[in-house]
Structures are given as structure tokens and as C-alpha cells.
Ligand binder design. Sequence first.
Ligand SMILES: CC(C)(COP(=O)([O-])OP(=O)([O-])OC[C@H]1O[C@@H](n2cnc3c(N)ncnc32)[C@H](O)[C@@H]1OP(=O)([O-])[O-])[C@@H](O)C(=O)NCCC(=O)NCCSC(=O)C[C@@](C)(O)CC(=O)[O-]
Ligand SMILES: NC(=O)C1=CN([C@@H]2O[C@H](COP(=O)(O)OP(=O)(O)OC[C@H]3O[C@@H](n4cnc5c(N)ncnc54)[C@H](O)[C@@H]3O)[C@@H](O)[C@H]2O)C=CC1
Length: 438
Amino acid sequence: MAPVVSGFSKLSKDEKINWLVKHHFNNDKNTIDIIKTYWNSDEKLQQLHDEFTENTISNYYLPFSVAPNFLINNKRFTIPMAIEESSVVAAASKAAKFWQSRGGFNAQVLSTTKVGQVHFTFSGDIEKLNIFFKNIKSDLISSASHITKNMEKRGGGIIDIELRDKSLEIENYYQLHCTFSTVDAMGANFINSCLEQFADFLTKAAAAYIKFSESEKTIEIIMSILSNYVPECLVRASVSCAIDDLPSKDNLTPLQYAQKFVRAVQIAEIEPYRAVTHNKGIMNGIDAVVLATGNDFRAIEAGAHAYASKDGKYTSLTEAKIENNIFHFSIQLPLALGTVGGLTTLHPLVKLALNLLGSPDAKKLMEITAVAGLAQNFAAINSLITTGIQQGHMKMHLMNILNQFQATNEEKQKLVEHFKTNTVTHSEVVLQIEKLRN
Ligand SMILES: CC(C)(COP(=O)([O-])OP(=O)([O-])OC[C@H]1O[C@@H](n2cnc3c(N)ncnc32)[C@H](O)[C@@H]1OP(=O)([O-])[O-])[C@@H](O)C(=O)NCCC(=O)NCCSC(=O)C[C@@](C)(O)CC(=O)[O-]
Ligand SMILES: NC(=O)C1=CN([C@@H]2O[C@H](COP(=O)(O)OP(=O)(O)OC[C@H]3O[C@@H](n4cnc5c(N)ncnc54)[C@H](O)[C@@H]3O)[C@@H](O)[C@H]2O)C=CC1
């Protein structure tokens, strides 16, 4: 067991690596080589990456891929995707290609409101607290004017602050429920700065409010933090086409295909076990764009899954229906994305990704990202209701299995050729490698 270490954060990068290798890898030189192999030879670039987080010892690569042929609101995009899982990029590309000849994707942002809350306790007369809040509300808002000044010039800022009584759920618990527009920033730091200012103002104003008793004057701030649940920061994307323009595959007529597709989505609507996997497939596309564009995928994941359960039961983020011989497929979800702030202007590949998308504003990025999620879900369901998921997925995963067995280029070539007409399973690939080698 490694010893407790104090002051680890203060060590240099080399000292941290030496500590790690001494206490966890028995001074294995190969471990140091692996860590250093991933360093960038450009020292300035490496330093930039080192400084993104703390205790950085190396870089962790993810493939940076692109999916072409996305027609979104009549404009063509090649979408950057950073993801480790095989077949996701291929699936997105396949769906993009399919829909680009059927009118493409429509997408629109429905709302962009972000939320933050000051959680506090107050013990005393609720009516007095309400009157106090009404009296101080405009000063509370203007107390943050030094923080909001520039955001207001961009068209954003504080939208509103409400006092919410939660004392039936937790004794003496109240909130300042605050809404914001953060324009092209995800806004976490902006919102948190405003909230901490509100908390400070609230405490001081309460202490000075002459109508409060001594105990009422001591409001206790529990915490001030933005919410990643943003059901009013919504985007919708959709596709539609005549039933006859759908594939006729695996003995399915286009109508049967559409009906089976709609049924698959309905199952995800009513069955949480299926809905979670269905939405995981959607997030394959969304997370990949979120990561490539330097956004916070944890925030997006948390918000999307909370939205999927907003009516009390976890359900599908997409909907499918047939109406008047037209097949409709759509997604609606919250996406609090930024095209400024965070890593967006720091990471060279993120900058490249945003340039590739034509330097979108946050709303445009919300539309593109929602489309990637819809495309991904379309491709997955298309496979699930026809060939099954394994055929296409394992075709893409083949290279990973071959690499696990350190296949040479020649072996890879032979086996890729072999599996063009044979089903890929892990055991079958192993068998074929063994056959080649014996
Ligand atoms: C994998 C495919 C696309 C193969 O599909 P296919 O029909 O065998 O592909 P194809 O070789 O006929 O090529 C058609 C197009 O697909 C794309 N494509 C095809 N191959 C590549 C490639 N190597 N690199 C880049 N793009 C590729 C590309 O757009 C290509 O057009 P082209 O470029 O030739 O003009 C298909 O089977 C598919 O869409 N499968 C779904 C895969 C999927 O959803 N993967 C996610 C991982 S599984 C999971 O995590 C979630 C899940 C599935 O459980 C969610 C759920 O349950 O809902
Ligand atoms: N719970 C959460 O999700 C939390 C997330 N974070 C992190 O915060 C970061 C995002 O915070 P941000 O405040 O967005 O980034 P940020 O702190 O880099 O600020 C972005 C700033 O850019 C400026 N700006 C310039 N042009 C703008 C425009 N057109 N529109 C809007 N602002 C513009 C504004 O001053 C804005 O405040 C992410 O890295 C995220 O991971 C931090 C705390 C909590």
C-alpha cells in the first residue's frame, strides 16, 4: 500500500511521477516511458494541457473524428466527435448520409434560461421574510451589477430572482431561485459569482432589517450554486420523410419498417430499462460533440437524464410517429452549451472543432449537438430493428480486437477481408488469428 503523502500537489511534475512509480509501480522504468510517450513534444502546448487540471502527469488521448454530410436547417456540416467507442462515428455518418437526401435535419432552440440557487435557512415569520424579499429584490439584483455589466451588453444577465419556500420539506429551508441568460457561455462561473454576491447581500440586508427579530436577522447561507437541471434551456431537432422513402430491409416494407421503428421508440417511452440504453445511445452522439467542442459533458449528461425523468418516470428523449403517411422522428432536450469560456478558446483542437462548425454561437451549437443525438438514435434503432446491433458494431470493433492480439498489418488485412463476409464475434476473431498463426 502506498504511504500517505503530504504536499503532493506542490511537487514538480517529475517528482510526482517518481513518487507514483516508486510507490505504485515498484520503480518500473517502463511505466515512466508510457507516461512520457504521451507528452507533447511542443513544450508550450504540453504546459497548456498540464494546466487544464491539477496533478497532471500525462495526456489521455481520445480519438478526434468527424462525421460528414449533416444537412441541418439547409446548411451542410461536418461534425467533430471525440469518443472512444467504435461504431458511433460510423453510425452518425450513416444517419447523416441517409437524411441528407431526405430534406436533412431541422433544429431550433426553444429557450436558453439557466438556473442557480442560493440555499439558506431562516427561522421566523414567513410573511416578514416575503415582505423583506420584495423590499430588497431590486437592490439584490443591482448588487451584482459589477458582475453582470458586460453580460448585459451582450444581451444576457439576470432574468429574475424568486424567493421559494421549501420549509415544508426541510424545516426553515428557503431558496433564492435565480434565472439567467448567459448568451454564448455555459455560464457556470458567471452564475456562481452572481449567486455568491446575492448570498452576501442577502445576509447583510437581513442583519440590518429593522423589522426582523434578532433570530430572524441571522439568515444562514447553506450554499450558492448553479443548477445543471435546465428544463428551460431546450433544443429540438427533427427529421421527417414520406414512408415510401424509408428503407425496405430484412423483409420489411417501408411501412412495416416505420411501424417497427415507432414501436421501438414507444418501448423506450414506457420501459425505463430500455429507455436508459436508448438514451445512452443518444448520448453517444451528444457527448462526442460536447467533448470535441470543449464543453462540460458531466453537466450535459446530468441535465439530459434529469429531463428524461421530469414527469416522474424515466423515459425516451426521442419521439417517433407516423402521420398522414409521413414518418416523424424528433428529440427534445436541455443542452447548456457554450462557445466561449471554459476550454473553448484554450484547447487548440476545440478551436479547430468550432472552426469546422463555422464558429457557431451557443444556440447553433445546441442545434448541431441535438442533431448528433437524434442521428445516433436513428442509426442505433435502424440496426436494432433490422440486422441487430452486433453486426455493424462488431464490424467496427474488429480492429480493437485485432489490436488486443497485436495483429500485424498483414494479419489485419487478411482478417478484415475474411470478416467482410463472416460475422464478427470475439471468439471467432481469436480463432481466425490462431488459424493464421499456426
Ligand atoms: C456501423 C454501421 C454504420 C455500419 O453500417 P453499414 O451499413 O454496414 O455501413 P456501410 O459500410 O454500408 O456504409 C454506409 C455508411 O455508414 C458510414 N460508415 C460505415 N462504416 C464506416 C466507417 N468505418 N467509418 C466511417 N463511417 C462509416 C458511412 O457514412 C458510410 O457511407 P460512405 O462513407 O461509405 O459513403 C451501422 O451498422 C450502424 O449504424 N450501427 C449502429 C451502431 C451504433 O449505434 N453504435 C453505437 C454503439 S452501441 C451503443 O452504445 C448504443 C445502443 C446501440 O445500445 C443504443 C441503443 O440500444 O439504442
Ligand atoms: N456545476 C457545473 O456545471 C459547474 C461547471 N463549471 C465549469 O465552468 C465552466 C463554464 O463556465 P463559464 O462561466 O461558461 O465559463 P468562463 O468562466 O470561462 O466564463 C465565460 C465568460 O466569457 C465572457 N464572454 C465573452 N463573450 C461572451 C459571449 N458572447 N457570451 C457570454 N459570455 C461571454 C463572459 O465574461 C463569461 O462570463 C466549464 O469549464 C464548467 O466545467 C464550474 C463550476 C460548476
